[in-house]
Write a protein of this length. Structure first.
Length: 107
């Protein structure tokens, strides 16, 4: 992805990217950007919940839980939606997800 198009993707809200039916065609670029945002999140505000959504849509289970845990520790307001956010449907049977729901107070 050219630098200009990478900047465009960075400016698109996560929900728009994840709902795009062509997501499979850009998954590599989106994952690369998410990977780049990880270290940046230590210095600037980067939504750990948004990164968890990106990794969930990309079927990256361990990264999804890593960023959901970070969102929990950050007291991210979006954590109140994990029980109904369809992007996490494939993770609902995982014990870590149920434990997270319990800790957030949604189970």
């Amino acid at each position: 992805m050219a630098p200009r198009s990478a900047a465009i993707v960075r400016s698109i809200p996560v929900r728009v990217i994840l709902s795009n039916e062509d997501f499979d065609g850009i998954v590599g670029d989106v994952l690369r950007i998410a990977y780049e945002l990880g270290p940046i999140s230590r210095k600037r505000c980067v939504s750990p919940y948004g990164l968890a959504q990106i990794y969930a849509a990309s079927n990256k289970k361990e990264d999804t839980f890593k960023w959901l845990q970070a969102a929990y520790e950050d007291h991210a307001v979006w954590m109140g939606y994990i029980a109904v956010d369809p992007i996490f449907d494939r993770y609902r049977s995982d014990g870590r997800f149920r434990d997270l729901l319990r800790r957030v107070g949604l189970l």
